[in-house]
Design a protein around this ligand. Structure first.
Ligand code: TXA
Ligand code: MG
Length: 279
């Protein structure tokens, strides 16, 4: 079943049901070594899935849940290997979406859910995107409208000291840093397994220009220009839809003016640099 969240749609399965989890991997076409995020109605539910719940995790959960923040913590013993990819840690999140919060309360346990797209493709931010991507492979889509944030949650690894941002996302790095005081520098490629550089890729070519740089005239093919800098929050909401639209419209090249690397701009730059690296 696909579920809406404030970030992107997820393809969910009961996190204790290994058969259901296996089916999620199969539908996504995702390697089993790439672990999943487990979603809960509230922090109390999430805490049960942690083997150790640090003060730092508590402070971050308190400040940002429900919301677009995923915490990596030591896992409880019962957490299936199918969810964690055999790791000693588990990814936990309390999403902020009225329908899914209600669903999670009814379920009363964790729902494991990766983004509801085929492996390596652009994440879905509407129910129609999920249907376009997964077709009849998904039995039911809970239609919660368009996702408000439009790109994935920020992942903070709380199992290391100091904590480290593994994936920038809906919560700004600056806001996380303000709460935890000290953050490990994120150097080189992200450490989250599955954060391949070919992720978030449309079929069209993506060319990125720094803020304030006039885009040069591309030589061949059908080109579209997008401005991510004018209003990064609104751009984030529409970003995956725009990349999908470019493909549908048969655009060869999308030229995008980047926002500066602050606030949601950091996550936009991360996703677009991956979209651009693919060709
Ligand atoms: O906003 C989101 O986070 C969305 C919605 C549906 O919640 N979910 C999402 O899931 O983006 P997915 O599977 O596309 O990305 C989850 C990322 C992967 O890169 C995975 O490697 C990382 O989380 N991850 C999961 N468990 C981890 C762990 N124990 N240690 C490190 N990284 C982990
Ligand atoms: Mg994904």
């Amino acid at each position: 079943m696909a579920i809406p969240t404030e970030t992107v749609y997820g393809l969910s399965a009961l996190a204790r049901d290994e058969m259901a989890i296996r089916r999620v991997y199969e539908v996504k076409g995702r390697p089993p070594s790439h672990p999943l995020i487990v979603h809960f109605a509230d922090a109390d539910g999430a805490r049960e899935w942690a083997g150790r719940w640090s003060q730092r995790a508590e402070v971050l959960a308190e400040r940002f849940w429900p919301g677009p923040l995923t915490l990596i913590v030591e896992r409880a013993d019962f957490v299936p290997d199918a969810v964690t990819g055999g790791r000693s840690t588990v990814a936990l999140r309390v999403p902020d979406h009225p329908l899914t919060s209600q669903l999670l309360r009814i379920v009363g346990d964790g729902l494991a859910a990766p983004s509801a797209n085929r492996f390596g493709r652009v994440s879905p931010t509407t129910a129609a995107h999920v249907r376009d991507d997964l077709g009849d492979d998904v039995d039911y889509i809970l239609d919660g409208g368009s996702c408000d944030i439009g790109l994935e949650s920020t992942i903070v690894d709380c199992s290391v000291d100091p904590p480290q941002i593994l994936r920038p996302g809906g919560i700004a790095t600056e806001d996380v840093a303000a709460v935890v005081q000290k953050l490990a520098a994120t150097s080189g490629p992200s450490r989250a397994p599955g954060m391949l550089s070919s992720h978030y890729a449309p079929r069209c070519r993506v060319i990125l220009v720094e803020p304030g740089t006039p885009p040069g005239e591309p030589s061949t093919g059908r080109t579209r220009t997008l401005d991510a800098n004018a209003d990064p929050i609104i751009f984030a909401r529409e970003m995956y839809t725009e990349l999908r639209r470019a493909d549908q419209d048969g655009i060869d090249t999308v030229v995008i003016e980047l926002p500066p690397a602050r606030g949601i701009g950091t996550a936009i730059r991360d996703r677009l640099s991956k979209a651009a690296a693919n060709r």
